[in-house]
Design a protein. Structure first.
Length: 137
């Protein structure tokens, strides 16, 4: 849930930087869970009350989540050293979606790349500082 909120709240339309595999896949997992929940709850209510307009809530959710989804995909592609425009390769029939999927599951570049620092190394400075003061003292 932390990564879902990070994408939606903190990086709503942020197409710069890099996103780890964990951030992308956790966002995708919770997004799918929310879509299924919305469709189940409001679909059931719409069917029971014969008011299909309640399914408009699903449409509103999809419209609201479109930009953050695109942004996290672009940042994920940045992590493997590809431009965000590379996502358009997914439009190639048969091969494109498979290629994009392979890129989304591939481990990101180690260290800095042209899109920013390695997101896995964000907290290594803190870890390296642990125990230093005791050794130097």
């Amino acid at each position: 849930m932390k990564y879902y909120l990070k994408v939606v709240r903190d990086n709503y339309a942020n197409f710069n930087g890099r996103a780890r595999r964990e951030e992308y896949w956790m966002f995708t997992l919770f997004n799918i869970i929310f879509i299924i929940a919305i469709m189940t709850v409001f679909g059931g209510i719409a069917a029971a009350t014969d008011t299909p307009a309640l399914l408009g809530i699903y449409g509103i959710y999809i419209l609201g989540i479109f930009i953050p989804t695109l942004a996290v995909i672009v940042r994920r592609l940045h992590d493997v050293g590809k431009s965000g425009w590379f996502y358009l390769v997914g439009a190639i029939p048969f091969i494109g979606p498979i290629w994009i999927f392979v890129l989304l599951v591939t481990e990101g570049d180690k260290g800095n790349n042209q899109y920013g620092p390695d997101p896995k190394l964000e907290h290594t400075d803190e870890i390296n500082e642990i125990g230093k003061t005791q050794i130097e003292a």
